[in-house]
Design a protein around this ligand. Structure first.
Ligand SMILES: Cc1ncc(COP(=O)(O)O)c(C=O)c1O
Length: 400
């Protein structure tokens, strides 16, 4: 056992500011702490139905869309769309957003599908013109779907899904639009039908304030028809097989009942607060973090990875560090000494930055505590922070 796992219990609460998993509200923890039920208990069906209805409402999609949930993580939802929407040897287009687009592309190729990519421009959102050009060049319509990551959680950049839909239309291409809203749902506005998104996929552990373990997809009629016509062999992920009124079939086996009880409670919390209020809260908290980073940047060593304020995510902020910075050491000091858990940057950004998550069950006091803790850890590590990062965050939240 390492000295960290043997360390005595910390007083107070450690602030979890990774961009997922995120803190789980008491109401969700309580909802999950129930005995499981027998598979024939109608309460199981009721919880599942409530989650389906709630997810449709959250995703803002029509009643005739289908929601399929999995005992899985976000990679499971990725696998579900790959297996259902394209046959082996068929192609999909994955616009570059950084680590998460590339991971999804690699998984798609590993499953025998072809991947076309548009370039990733570091710090910038998805290039819709490049999508349009790639689809125009695909005269035989071999591309079955565009797999777009809404918020790339590594770079902290959010892309414009409406622009991607317009690009597909401009190219007069029949490809479906699939949006990964794993990091944005429940934080940033998203309206599946209005945006012309055919499939949206997400997971429980970020804006939905639940532990990891439930992944989901919402599928419109057009996408379901494509899945129905897709001969690719599949079983667990298969939407056609899961389209059933029987819970056991909906989940291809036993449903993760307690996680679903938590998800139901979390959705209720979101609707009780009101979707607009939830989005406004995330925008305000993100604004406070951005204000702090602007202050820190004055020290000449830190900066935003996202190149323009417009594409900065409301869920997570990626902060660049000078070359040679020991990001893991910074995270350790922040977590073990100041009780603020932050994340490192991933994939091509690894070692070049750290990330502060500000999504889910989060409020101004938590954000101020997190910012102050990070500022303290930066100071301990000898990284120059400009004057007044925490003060700027405070003033942003105070509306001054
Ligand atoms: C945008 C995005 N998509 C997909 C994933 C993969 O999710 P998971 O780690 O639950 O498999 C993540 C994980 O952070 C993510 O941020």
């Amino acid at each position: 056992m390492s000295s960290i796992t043997r360390a005595p219990r910390i007083p107070g609460r450690r602030f979890l500011h990774s961009p997922g998993p995120t803190p789980v509200p008491e109401a969700v923890l309580h909802a999950m702490s129930m005995q499981p039920m027998d598979l024939g208990d109608p309460r199981v069906d009721a919880v599942i139905a409530s989650c389906e209805t709630g997810l449709k409402r959250l995703l803002q999609t029509r009643a005739d869309s289908d929601v399929f949930m999995y005992a899985a993580n976000g990679h499971g939802a990725w696998e579900a769309v790959i297996e259902n929407l394209a046959d082996r040897g068929q192609a999909v287009l994955v616009p570059g957003t950084g680590h998460f687009s590339e991971s999804w592309a690699i998984q798609t190729e590993a499953l025998g599908r072809r991947v076309l990519r548009t370039p990733w421009n570091e710090g910038w959102p998805i290039d819709a013109d490049a999508i349009e050009q790639t689809l125009r060049d695909d005269r035989d319509h071999t591309v079955k779907a565009v797999f777009a990551v809404h918020t790339d959680t590594s770079s902290g950049v959010t892309s414009d899904l409406a622009a991607i839909r317009r690009a597909i239309e401009n190219a007069r291409h029949p490809a479906l639009l699939v949006a990964d809203v794993v990091a944005s749902l429940g934080a940033a506005p998203f309206a599946m039908d209005e945006l012309g998104v055919d499939v949206a996929l997400g997971a429980s552990q970020k804006g939905l304030m639940c532990p990891p373990g439930v992944a989901f997809v919402a599928v419109n009629q057009r996408a379901l028809a494509q899945a129905q016509g897709n001969p690719a062999p599949r079983f667990y992920w298969d939407w056609v097989r899961r389209k059933s009124e029987i819970s056991y079939r909906k989940f291809c086996g036993t449903a993760p009942q307690n996680l679903l009880m938590g998800l139901e409670a979390a959705l209720n919390l979101i609707f009780h607060e009101g979707l607009e209020a939830v989005h406004a809260r995330h925008a305000a908290l993100a604004g406070a973090v951005h204000a702090a980073v602007e202050g820190w940047a004055g020290g000449g060593e830190l900066g935003f990875f996202a190149r323009t304020p417009a594409c900065r995510s409301v869920s997570v902020t990626t902060i660049t560090v000078p070359p040679g910075t020991d990001v893991d050491a910074l995270r350790n000091v922040a977590r073990e000494r100041f009780q603020v858990a932050i994340a490192g940057a991933l994939g091509p950004l690894q070692g070049r930055g750290f990330r502060i998550g500000h999504l889910g069950d989060c409020n101004p006091a938590m954000i101020l505590g997190a910012i102050a803790g990070v500022e303290a850890a930066l100071s301990v590590q000898g990284i120059a922070v400009g004057e007044g990062g925490t003060r700027r965050a405070l003033m942003a939240l105070a509306g001054r």
